[in-house]
Design a binder for this molecule. Structure first.
Ligand code: ASP
Length: 326
């Protein structure tokens, strides 16, 4: 009998400890613990891994602290374009959406694609029409905007307009006498996807990933988060994976599937396969970020090659464990 477990992430990136108050850190840890408890409750009640990851990512999307759903980052045009994906390791069914601007919970749209369409991936207006037809909640795009994210866009555009991710950290801002970002991880250098992976009592695994992308991204740009095999993958034969980081490099290395393939074809352990992706394959092309993964026996890994990653896991019957820094 497997002890069900869920793991979540809220993005990886550089620290801005100089700017961080203990209160702010507690706020993030409390959010992570609350969402872990909610996902754990689904598993404890006999729910599926698929339901647990859906519920956890829906809550991460609704939480303004994380870059997905409400609180998503802005494109260079000051708009929001959201991406999400989900995969069921028992059946290899999956669903994804990209470039949506008005679907409140992109992960629910991805799941609806998986369950109610013969297709796997919808983008843009077609994805929004599909979500509407499924009765999902649509919102005015301003719902996703927060003052903190708008300031972040303006700061990036002022200091480094060509960058999609600002090339400085919170400590540098403080040193220059400028107001520092208030997040524990420097919001300008943080890759802010959210995600969840879980294994249930039946040994079925599932993964889900959702993002606003990266600040100041070009309109129409899509990262790894909605791409099955790059930002999300699940198979009972190996593991479930959700990633966060410089999406282009995760696409180029097919990071999530690479991890699973090492296990399935090469017999690697979850730990060895994940470490190779995060500490060898991605850095070889300057890929930064991290991932969370569980295998069908209940092992969990949460590696990252940045200074921090909002993350945690919760086994049924045990208190959740959440952390931000190394
Ligand atoms: N991987 C995401 C993307 O490239 C960003 C992130 O993880 O923050 O869109």
């Amino acid at each position: 009998m497997i002890q069900p477990v869920i793991a979540i992430h809220g993005g990886a990136g550089a620290m801005s400890r100089a700017a961080m108050s203990p209160e702010k850190e507690q706020e993030y840890l409390a959010a992570l613990n609350g969402i872990l408890s909610a996902g754990q409750a689904v598993l404890a009640a006999g729910g599926s891994a698929l339901d647990a990851v859906t519920e956890a990512v829906r809550r991460l999307e609704d939480c303004p602290l994380f870059n997905a759903g409400h609180g998503a980052v802005f494109t260079s045009a000051g708009t929001h374009e959201l991406d999400a994906s989900i995969m069921d390791g028992a059946t290899l069914r999956c669903g994804a959406i990209a470039n949506v601007t008005c679907v409140r919970n992109p992960v629910l749209a991805a799941r609806a694609v998986m369950e109610h369409s013969k297709h796997v991936f919808f983008v843009g207006p077609g994805a929004e029409d599909f979500a509407r037809a499924q009765g999902l909640e649509l919102v005015d795009p301003s719902y996703f905007s927060t003052d903190a994210r708008r300031e972040q866009l303006l700061r990036v555009q002022r200091e480094n307009p060509d960058a999609a991710v600002l090339d400085h950290d919170g400590q540098a801002l403080v040193a220059r006498g400028q107001p520092a970002p208030a997040d524990p991880l420097d919001a300008d250098k943080k890759f802010g996807t959210v995600g969840a992976v879980a294994v249930d009592a039946q040994g079925n695994v599932a993964a889900a990933t959702s993002t606003g992308g990266i600040t100041n991204k070009q309109v129409g740009r899509v990262g790894d988060a909605p791409l099955i095999g790059a930002g999300c993958y699940a198979s009972n034969r190996s593991c479930a994976v959700s990633t966060t980081g410089t999406g282009e490099m995760f696409i180029r290395t097919v990071a999530a599937y690479d991890l699973a393939a090492q296990m399935e074809y090469g017999g690697a352990s979850l730990q060895a396969a994940a470490d190779r992706v995060v500490f060898e394959t991605l850095p070889a092309i300057q890929g930064k970020g991290g991932l969370i993964a569980v295998d069908s026996r209940g092992n969990v890994v949460l590696p990252f090659n940045t200074e921090g990653m909002y993350r945690g896991y919760a086994r049924v019957g045990e208190p959740p464990v959440a952390a931000i820094y190394q």
